[in-house]
Structures are given as C-alpha cells and as structure tokens.
Design a protein around this ligand. Structure first.
Ligand SMILES: Nc1ncnc2c1ncn2[C@@H]1O[C@H](COP(=O)(O)OP(=O)(O)OP(=O)(O)O)[C@@H](O)[C@H]1O
Length: 790
C-alpha cells in the first residue's frame, strides 16, 4: 500500500515538474514582453521631446497602449496559468487566430478500434493569452474560443477533450495539479507515453477552501452551465436565474471580463455592474482585476448610483419596511412630478437675511414664501405684475412636461412679455422695425435690473433634487403633492422619514432616497452652463509652452478620465441581485442603460421587495422591447447539502412549489440549534460565534434582524476581524465559512418579505451554521425554532 502511495506521489511530482517547465517558459516570454513594453514607453517619451503637436499626440497614444500592456503583465496574478486540456485531433485541421485548432469535434479516425488514441494538441489556459516568439500559443486567454472546451467539456459530452487539468500555482511556482478524465474509456498517449491522471478533480478542492473577506474568481473551475451564460452573445438582454450559491455573482463578473475581451472597442463605453450593497461591492471588486480587467468596469452599489449620493460609498441607511415600500413604489413617480413643480412655490432656505427655512411655518412678519408681485421701472414709469398675473404665467410655463429648471428662460420671457404689454412703449410706434428695436432695449433694461433679477431668482429658483426632497418633509405640503396617490398614513411616514435632511437636503440619505433623487434630477434637469475655458496650467505658463501650443488638444488619457467621470450611460449594464430592485430603482438603473445591452441575474426566492409584480413591470419598462435570452443555474456550490436542506424548509414556506438548487457537496456537519441561554442573547451569540471561529479557518458571519445591527456589532467587538455582524438585508450575496443566524422569527417578522430574507440569511455558510433561537422562535426541546421544523 505504502509503495503504491509513493508511486502516486512520484507521478504527481513528475507532473508538477512538467507544468513547472511550461510555466518557466511562459515567464521567460513574459519578461521579454515586459522589456518590449518598457522600450516602447521610453521610445514614446523621447518622441515627446520633439514637441510638434503630431508627435505629442502619437506619444500619448503610445504611452497609453504601453501603459496598459505593462500594467497587465506586471499584475501579481496568483495563478496566472491555471488550466490545461489535452485534445484529440480535430475534424478539420484549421487553426484560429490564437494558433489553436478550431474544431470542437474529434476527427473520425482520432480514436483507434482498440480504444486507444494519441493526443494531438495540448493547450494551456491562463488569465491572459501569451504567444511565443513564433506566434505559437504558450497560454490561451480563458475567454478565447479555443479555451471554451476547458469549461464546456463533460464526460457526457467531451468533444475533443481527453484530459482536463487544473494547475495550482503561486507566483512562479507550481504547487499542484488535479485532473478530470473526460474520456475514461480511452487509453490515450501523449508523445508515446500513457497519459497520466492525477487527483479527483478541481471543483471540490476549490469549494472546500476557507473564505476571506474578498471573493475569489472561479476561472479555473467554471462549470458548463455557467460557461454558457458567461459566453452568451452580448446582444439585447441575458436573464439568469438560480438559487443561492449557484454562482450568479461569479458568473456576472466573469461575463463582464468576457465581454471586454470580445469587443473592447464597443465596451469602451463602459460596463456598469449594479450591486445591492457597498458590502457586496467591497467583497467582489477584486475579482475583475484578478481576471486582468480594470478600468472599463464600474461596480456600484444601488445606494451610490445617483450623482447626488454623497461620495462613492453612497447611502447605507435603510428605511423601515413600511417607508421603503412607499419610496420604492412606482406611485412615487407621480408624487415627485408634482413635487418637482410645486417646490417652486416653497420658500427658500434661510440666508443671512433671516428668511424662512423649509419646513418652518411663516413666523411673525417673515418674508413671504415667494414674491407676491413684480415691480420694475421702465421708460421712467413703474410697471407691476400682480399675484394673479404671475400665477397665470407660471401655470402657462409649467403646462408641458419639460424639466422645471430648463423652463426658467421661458418663464423669464413670459414675464418680460407681460411687462412690455403693460408698458408705455408698446403703443408708441407703428413701424414694426422700430417696435422691435424698442422692445429689445426694453428687455435689456428690465432684465438686467437688480429687482427683476432678484425676483426671478426667488420666483423661479434653480431647484436641486435634494432641496425638493427636503421640501417633501413638510407633511401638509407633501399631502398636497401626494393627494389621491398615497394614503394619509403613507404620506405621514414618508414626510417623517425625510426630516433627517436639513433645508438644503443635506443629511443622511437612505438607500431608497437615492432613486428618488435620481428621478428628481431627471424631472428638474440641469440647465446648460456656459462652458468654462480650460484652466491654464501654471507650469505651461512658466515654460512658455502655453504660447507654443495655445490650443493643446486633450490627451487620450485625459479624455478617457474625463469620460469616465462624466459617464451617466453605459454600453452594458449588469444587475446583480436583480430581484431586489424596486420600481423606482429600475427607473434609475434604466436611465443608465438606455442604449445598452444587459445581463440581469437574480433569484425571486431571495427578493426582499414586497411587491414582485410591480417590480417586474418596472423592469419590463427599463428593458423595453429588447428580446430576452433566459438561463437557469441549477447547482448550489456554496452550501453543503446539510445547510441547503434546512434552508429548503423556509423556501417551501416563502415560495411554495419553488425548487431549491442541488447542493454539490456534503460535509456531514448538520446545522446546530441553540436556544438563548439564561435569557442572555448577547452572551449566547458571542459564545456561538467564538465556537465557530475555532472550527473554521476563514470568516464567521452573524446575521441579525436589521434593528439589532448596532447591538450585534457591540456583542462581537472583542472577537477580532474574522467575525462580522450583519443586518439581514446586508447579508445579500455574501458568504462566510460559518454563520450564526439570530432569531429566525425576528428576521421573518421584519417585513412582508421577511421569509425570503430569512432564506437569504440561512444560505450564507460554506461549512457550518448555527441557529440561535429566542423566545419568539418557540424552539422545541432540541432548540429547533418553530419556523424550521418539519
Ligand atoms: N464553478 C465554480 N467553481 C468554484 N467555485 C464556484 C463555482 N461557482 C460558484 N462558486 C462559488 O460558490 C459561491 C457562490 O457563488 P455566488 O456568490 O456567485 O452565488 P450566487 O448565485 O450569486 O449566490 P446568492 O444568490 O446567494 O448571492 C462562491 O464562493 C463562488 O466562488
């Protein structure tokens, strides 16, 4: 037995040695390429010194290209080379642009009658493609067509693949190999020697690894059903559904990298990935760089999508469910339309002069809400417009649907018309030319007068989304805008939730406020501002360069940076956890992809939104009539069968009849049930988290009801960085080696979608799960809460 083990080990070592040799060749070639790129950079800099505009533009372009190239080559890929396939001869002998044979099917005579065959081609697969100096492929990019059989081949449908190997390496050192035999019935020979097979496959090895606070890519073990989605054509809409742990997020990220590889030019317009929480953004954002892609992809939390959400972190506060339901509903659109127009009448916030603040009622002899009349002097006489006339003009201007801020020039024009009609100038001449001249000087005189300008500013102020949102905090006013749209209770709750904002709308935003601000931005519009001239660069002035090149064009770098900063629309939009988007959020996301192609991944069973039909309608509106291509993922790679089985009980309650995905592995460790000990919830949770910390190498997540978030953080403060406390809604998409789910009943009762939120909480663990039940969970003698019993 020992001799047999030793033989296996020596075979493994020999195969590791074979792959090491190949990796050495790859690195040698990469070094050559890095030198080439550095040479290009230096050469480009020299060109820059010539100083003619043509040479400068060329230099910028060259530096840009060489910079990208160097960046990719220098990236510290942990396992740059990760796969290999050994293939039979193809049906035809044609080679593709990457030097590999293109045929997927084996040639008729590739297998001999005695079930032996020769390996005709060996391909190594890696994160980027590398050709040797003769243009033969040393490494095929994982996204190239030639790499597809690495993912697609199965023993049932092997194509040309005989052996599929996953290579594990760190830096320049190969650490291990794991093989899957796709044609076990064959005896295959490579260079005259029998093809060896090592290990029991790579997927299980990958799934058993400890989790950290960042997601890993799955590039070495993408499964066939996932590969179909990743490589689906970009056109129109690709919709992917699948239960927890089926790899939807992973697939979405790999698809972004794949699309960029396929058509870099087209996706220079940017790919947007919308994620439900900043936590999930932080968890996933390392995956794309590890796949060799950066820059063109923006991963944004739904709470930071609008320009108005402060900073990239955006909004993290959550409204209580009843408020969230109102703010997310498409009925809000009608309220916001009224508010965007009605806010013109709202007094402006205090300035030094002691005027009113929003939300305050006029006190004593305060300045009136909006000026009641306009008084100017023209041609030596006073002209006035009374309240009724002003009201008529405003009504007239607001007649259409144009954005309010863009209507200001029209309001100004109608005011001048009305003043002119009352002025003495009107009847002075009959000659149209003279009248026109007089009118034009009238307009100029009046419209530059301070009283007129002050009046216009107060009567038709430029509204900001935040100001309008803050104006909605006044319940009486909001009641006017929401009449026949929201009921009284909804109006009250909405107004109250907005009291967090000051008069200018500054203050903590909730995740749902962000979609409202974005809608308001669209309703209000941004007036055109005169273009600012490019600021002079002091260095250019000092060196006299500004005189040499007075109209220096933007460089390619500057242009790329500017476009990224200004980008509001994308070429492709990927929505993760799409089941959670509210109708208002769909509108916000839809505005960013009006001309885009889309990939949408989600799971209706995990939806925390209470009205899925309303959300589905909004989604249809955002996607328009684009055709949809649908995929379903069926295998759960995250949870062991023991945990998946428990979660399935909640699924049966939350969505009767819905099937849960099949767990791909089992650990033999069943979930643990722990009732609160001695009435001390904090101590029980802390002890359970500590117990799990000792049992797993990676992370432990403790999921509590949303209103216990802060509490839970305190309970766990002493336990170190491997433990994280999460509100139920924050657990979306994340995973931990072990989780503690605290009081299923509390989580389920939190909102109308509570059972689905509980389903999410129960499906976060890759190895172990403890459920802590409080009194309201009504645990039985084994500690099993009522909700989780058979
Ligand atoms: N082919 C694969 N090889 C290795 N690991 C995989 C594979 N597919 C998925 N995984 C792993 O399974 C886990 C779950 O994947 P992911 O988070 O993408 O699932 P999901 O469908 O988005 O789940 P949820 O709906 O619960 O958010 C991740 O750790 C992911 O790396």
């Amino acid at each position: 037995m020992a001799a047999q083990d030793a033989a296996v080990e020596s075979l493994r070592d020999r195969e590791i040695g074979v792959e090491q040799e190949h990796l050495d060749r790859v690195y040698h070639r990469l070094e050559e390429k890095i030198h080439e790129a550095e040479f290009l950079m230096n050469d480009a800099v020299k060109r820059g010194q010539v100083g003619t505009p043509g040479a400068l533009a060329e230099r910028d372009a060259q530096v840009f290209r060489a910079g990208i190239h160097l960046n990719r080559l220098n990236s510290e890929f942990e396992d740059f080379l990760f796969g290999r396939i050994d293939l039979l001869l193809g049906k035809d002998g044609e080679r593709g642009p990457d030097g590999a044979y293109t045929s997927v099917e084996p040639a008729d005579d590739s297998v001999r009658d005695d079930a032996t065959a020769d390996i005709a081609e060996t391909l190594h697969i890696g994160r980027i493609g590398v050709l040797d100096s003769d243009y033969a492929p040393l490494v095929i990019d994982w996204r190239a067509p030639a790499a597809a059989p690495f993912y697609r081949s199965t023993p049932k449908d092997p194509g040309r693949v005989v052996r599929r190997r996953v290579i594990r390496s760190k830096g320049r050192k190969v650490l291990g190999v794991e093989d899957d035999l796709m044609r076990p019935e064959l005896t295959a020979y490579l260079d005259g020697e029998k093809l060896p097979v090592i290990g029991d496959g790579a997927l299980m090895a990958a799934l058993g690894q400890a989790r950290s606070h960042t997601m890993r890519d799955i590039v070495s073990s993408i499964q066939a059903e996932q590969d179909l989605v990743i490589r689906a054509p970009a056109a129109s809409v690709t919709e992917v559904t699948g239960g927890p742990g089926t790899g939807k997020t992973a697939v979405a990220l790999h698809r972004a990298a794949y699309l960029l590889y396929q058509d870099r030019r087209r996706y220079a317009g940017g790919i947007l990935i919308v994620s439900p929480t900043p936590l999930l953004v932080a968890y996933t954002e390392g995956v794309l760089p590890s796949l060799g892609e950066e820059g063109q992809v923006a991963i944004r939390a739904i709470g930071s999508l609008s320009d108005d959400a402060a900073g990239l972190e955006g909004a993290t506060a959550y409204d209580e469910p009843a408020v969230a339901r109102v703010k997310g509903s498409s009925r809000m659109l009608h309220v916001l339309r009224k508010a965007a127009r009605g806010a013109l009448e709202v007094p402006r916030p205090v300035d030094e002069g002691g005027q009113l603040a929003f939300g305050e009622e006029p006190a004593q002899a305060a300045v009136p809400a909006t000026p009641a009349r306009l008084r100017v002097v023209a041609f030596g006489a006073r002209i006035e417009l009374e309240a009724e006339e002003l009201r008529r003009i405003r009504h007239n201007v607001l007649g259409g649907t144009a954005p309010v801020n863009l209507l200001r020039p029209r309001a100004r024009k109608l005011l001048l018309d009305a003043l002119w009609n009352k002025s003495s100038g009107r009847g002075r001449y009959t000659d149209p030319e003279l009248i026109a001249e007089l009118r034009s000087s009238f307009d100029e005189d009046v419209s530059t007068e301070t009283p007129f300008l002050e009046f216009l500013d107060a009567w038709w102020p430029e509204l900001t989304p935040r100001r309008v949102l803050a104006a909605m905090a006044d319940e009486r006013r909001l009641g006017r805008w929401s009449r026949r749209i929201l009921n009284q209770g909804e109006t009250r709750r909405l107004a109250r939730s907005l009291k967090r904002l000051d008069a200018e709308g500054n203050g903590p935003l909730s995740v749902h406020d962000v979609a409202l601000l974005d809608e308001l931005q669209a309703l209000l519009g941004t007036p055109n501002r005169p273009k600012r001239k490019r600021e002079a660069d002091p260095l250019d002035q000092l060196t006299g360069l500004d005189e040499l090149m007075p109209q220096r064009e933007e460089t390619q770098w500057e242009r790329a940076e500017r476009l990224a900063a200004e980008r509001t629309e994308y070429a492709h939009v990927i929505v993760d956890e799409a089941q959670d988007l509210t109708p208002m959020q769909w509108r916000m996301v839809g505005r960013r992809g009006r001309h885009a192609t889309w990939t949408i991944v989600g799971d209706p069973a995990q939806s925390s939104w209470s009205d899925p039909d309303e959300a589905a309608a909004a989604r249809d509106e955002a996607l328009g009539s684009r055709p949809r291509r649908r995929f379903t993922l069926t295998v759960n790679y995250r949870n062991p069968a023991e945990i998946a089985e428990l979660a399935a009980k909640v699924l049966a309650l939350a969505m009767p009849g819905m099937e849960s995905p099949a767990a791909v592995r089992s650990t033999g460790v069943v979930p643990r049930f722990e009732p609160v000990r001695d009435g001390d919830l904090a101590a029980t949770v802390r002890e359970e988290a500590a117990r799990l910390l000792a049992r797993v190498d990676g992370t432990v997540g403790v999921v509590v009801a949303m209103n216990r978030r802060a509490q839970a953080r305190e309970w766990l403060a002493e336990l170190g960085e491997r433990v994280v406390a999460l509100g139920s809604l924050e657990a979306k998409g994340l995973e931990y080696d072990a989780t503690v789910v605290v009081s299923p009943a509390e989580i389920a009762d939190e909102s109308p979608a509570g059972l689905r939120v509980l389903y999410v909480a129960l499906t976060r663990a890759t190895q172990q799960l403890t459920v802590v039940s409080a009194e309201r969970d009504m645990p039985d003698e084994d500690g099993v809460p009522d909700l989780l019993r058979d």
